[in-house]
Design a protein around this ligand. Structure first.
Ligand SMILES: [Zn+2]
Length: 496
């Protein structure tokens, strides 16, 4: 039987007792029956049967896995009020809907509502740091709303400032935007960082140069959608490189349709790639690139892109990234008549990408691992009611292929318990729901029912049913089911 544990109080030390700990240290250790002690905002100790300060709150981690909080390096949080709306979209439909047709419809309060829900969704799934790739900031009011929402949720975030309604060389030159960026750069802390987010089209004139110069002047890292089929390509990377704008803190999102030349430039300048496997698979930015990126030694982090398709949950990112990488490896081998007998990408690699990979991308040495002195962002996976929670034989495999958000028992951010016993702590989800409902209502009424329904249900492409040589009746491939039945009826009639 289980005893309900009291929710730990802020300010008191916390110890997670007796779990299988994946500290994500250099050795990728697996520590059985180990405690993790958190004092203030830091990991104080990791080890067996730890002595703890008086008054420490105990969390039973037996049977569970303790790991660092996960880090999502690219998510358009402002789009979360449209959860699942684009389930059947391609990237083209996404561009048309947000960039050309309806992105302007979002008010500051819609950005805030989306951000708040996205932030809670991340925390609930054990994602303790999220980069808000916020390219819906068509005014500084939108940006203030985005920041206010992020600050209202006790997770770590990075606001990556962007605006798809204007060119990057335009909005980065806007004095109001400069003022916002300067203020929030100076106010940036542990919990909320700042980046600039824009894409490079490959125009030989390189108009984005001014935006890179603005980032340099402000001392802000740049994150950019690179190697996206039909949108960004090698030319953009080359221009960035030739002008000296590729730096170790640059994050290249997707990087899926690039040639080895671009990967060499990224590797040589020390940047990292944010892989959004689920996005690349459905939307069509290119084949999820880890199978080639890892051959270039480029650091990888994982990301979820947008909840307009899928939820902000890195368990599914880890699972699908392993699958896509291995799928490609087998496929390439089969094309040359070979068999892969040993896969190159391991479960521990994707767990590492989801934790330390994100920390590296953000230049945060203090995140991504459970080692004394690091920031206390901790996740406990424990679900006593789940038949999938045991046995835990291969802990990295368990995280990557077995666990899911419902197994996240406890989450600490900066030493504070934000989820406990499978519930977010101190969150009025009802208020968040009402905020989202009013946002949906605004969007729906602005678009009108018909446009709304059309947007959600894109036309199907023409499909052709292939001829089947084993069919005993004769009919053509464009037969509909009705036509098939007619043929069958005729067949029966001639039999009679
Ligand atoms: Zn994106």
């Amino acid at each position: 039987m289980t005893h309900p544990e009291p929710t730990p109080e802020p300010g008191r030390p916390v110890v997670l007792r007796g779990g299988t700990v994946l500290p994500m240290d250099d050795a990728c250790s697996i520590l059985g029956n180990t405690d993790v002690l958190v004092v203030d905002d830091r990991i104080a100790a990791v080890g067996p049967a730890l002595e703890v300060p008086e008054g420490t709150q105990e969390i039973d981690a037996r049977g569970g896995i303790v790991m660092p909080g996960m880090i999502d390096t690219h998510r358009h949080m402002w789009q979360t009020a449209m959860r699942g709306y684009g389930a059947d979209w391609t990237l083209t439909q996404y561009f048309v809907w947000y960039y050309l047709e309806h992105g302007r419809t979002f008010r500051p309060e819609d950005v805030a509502a989306g951000n708040r829900l996205a932030a809670l969704e991340a925390l609930e799934a054990g994602v303790t740091t999220t980069v808000d790739w916020s390219h819906g900031l068509q005014s500084v009011d939108h940006a203030e709303a985005a920041v206010q929402a992020l600050r209202s949720v006790p997770g770590r975030f990075v606001l990556a400032y962007g605006n798809i309604q204007a060119a990057p060389w335009e909005w980065t030159a806007d004095p109001a935007v400069r003022d916002f960026l300067t203020r929030h750069r100076d106010a940036a802390d542990d919990m909320l960082g700042l980046q600039l987010a824009f894409d490079v089209t490959g125009d030989p004139v390189f108009p984005e140069k001014a935006a890179f110069e603005a980032a340099r002047e402000l001392g802000l890292p740049v994150t950019t959608h690179a190697g996206v089929w039909g949108a960004t390509n090698d030319d953009g990377i080359r221009l960035m490189h030739e002008h000296g704008f590729m730096t170790p803190e640059t994050v290249y999102v997707h990087a899926a349709t690039l040639t080895p030349d671009s990967y060499h430039r990224i590797a040589a300048t020390g940047g990292s790639i944010s892989v959004s496997t689920e996005s690349e698979q459905s939307a069509g930015q290119g084949y999820p690139p880890t199978w080639q990126v890892r051959r270039h030694g480029i650091p990888v982090s994982l990301s979820m892109d947008t909840s307009v398709w899928w939820s902000g949950d890195l368990f599914s990112a880890m699972r699908t990234t392993l699958g896509a990488d291995r799928s490609r490896e087998h496929f390439e081998a089969h094309l040359s008549g070979e068999t892969v007998t040993h896969v190159a990408l391991r479960a521990k690699d994707v767990v590492q990408w989801a934790t330390r990979g994100g920390a590296l991308a953000l230049g945060r040495d203090d995140l991504g691992s459970l080692e004394p002195g690091k920031k206390a962002d901790v996740v406990l996976l424990r679900n006593d009611d789940s038949p999938v929670s045991f046995p835990v034989l291969h802990p990295f495999g368990h995280v990557a292929f077995q666990a899911q958000r419902g197994d996240v028992h406890t989450v600490l951010v900066d030493g504070r318990v934000v989820k406990h016993a499978h519930k977010l702590v101190g969150v009025d989800l009802g208020a968040v729901r009402r905020e989202i409902e009013s946002s949906v209502e605004h969007l729906l009424s602005t678009l009108g029912e018909e446009v709304w329904a059309q947007g959600m249900n894109p036309d199907l492409p023409d499909a052709q049913l292939l001829d089947n040589p084993y069919q005993y009746t004769e009919y053509k491939s464009d037969s509909t089911r009705a036509a098939r039945e007619e043929v069958f009826e005729e067949h029966l009639a001639t039999e009679r």
